[in-house]
Write a protein that binds this ligand. Structure first.
Ligand SMILES: Nc1ncnc2c1ncn2[C@@H]1O[C@H](COP(=O)(O)OP(=O)(O)OP(=O)(O)O)[C@@H](O)[C@H]1O
Length: 253
């Protein structure tokens, strides 16, 4: 059981990241201190170019900070190699992106099973988890289809299933509804809320205030820094037992 004495799932201290592109250096993250506790749903919101995506990439090890430190479950990540980060992303961190990043020449089923198989999950178990998640996300019957045959909202649900197939402690979502219509946005919002209700820790980057309102803590990011950090609600207790099925047609879900 998680107690107050346990370390936060994420602890960033003085994180700094500067991008060196063609023009002047972009000081995307200018010294960020941030704790994310188990079970929290944190939305990071702010204007375009504020550095939100860069921060999320640092939290998931997709980019390395130039300064500061990041701890995962109390463990410093400074010494992690690329290979170690890849393992952590398979086991402990699921990520969804704006443009889904599904493997276009793999079926929906294979896209979802792949991270489980890469993590060494036995084939039967990976399949069972894929079947459970796709049913839960309202994608039964789509398993044999290719990502390109699905709507944007469906593709994002496949990406969510893929991100969650290894039951990661942390879900990172970078503008997950950024390329979806309002129906797709509502779906993503409901799904993130539901997974959060079951104890999933989520860090969401979005410029969409409506999507951010699904979180229980909203961080306003501006010019590479945290400008405001507001807790909106209580962190739900981590639930155990079989997950409830989400009915995407049910307005209560
Ligand atoms: N790979 C990169 N190379 C050079 N500059 C970059 C790179 N990635 C981001 N930047 C710059 O860093 C700054 C922060 O970008 P970032 O994408 O993190 O912001 P953001 O808040 O997520 O913006 P948006 O909401 O538009 O996605 C911007 O000035 C951007 O141009």
């Amino acid at each position: 059981m998680t107690t107050d004495a346990s370390p936060p799932l994420l602890r960033a201290e003085g994180l700094v990241k500067t991008h060196h592109g063609e023009g002047a250096p972009a000081h995307a993250v200018r010294g960020v201190d941030l704790d994310v506790r188990h079970g929290e749903f944190v939305a990071i919101t702010g204007p375009s170019g504020a550095g939100k995506s860069t921060l999320l990439h640092l939290l998931g090890g997709l980019q390395r900070p130039d300064g500061g430190s990041l701890r995962l479950d109390g463990e410093r990540t400074d010494g992690y190699s690329e290979a170690r980060w890849a393992v952590e992303r398979r086991r402990r961190i699921g990520i969804v992106f704006q443009f889904f990043n599904l493997v276009s020449n793999l079926t929906v089923a294979d896209n979802v099973e792949l991270p489980a198989l890469l993590a060494g999950t036995p084939v039967r178990q990976a399949r069972a988890e894929r079947v459970r998640l796709l049913a839960e996300l309202g994608l039964e019957g789509k398993e044999r289809g290719m990502p390109g045959e699905l709507s944007g909202g469906e593709q994002q649900r496949v990406a969510l299933a893929r991100a969650l197939v290894n039951q990661p402690r942390l879900l990172l979502a970078d503008e997950p509804a950024g390329s979806l219509d309002s129906k797709g946005t509502r779906e993503v919002m409901r799904l993130l809320s539901r997974f959060h209700q079951r104890g999933q820790t989520i860090v969401l980057v979005t410029h969409d205030a409506r999507l951010a309102s699904a979180a229980d803590r909203v961080i306003s990011f501006y010019d590479g820094r945290i400008a405001d950090d507001a807790a909106l609600g209580a962190v739900p207790a981590r639930r155990t037992g079989p997950a409830a099925v989400i009915d995407l047609n049910d307005p209560e879900d």
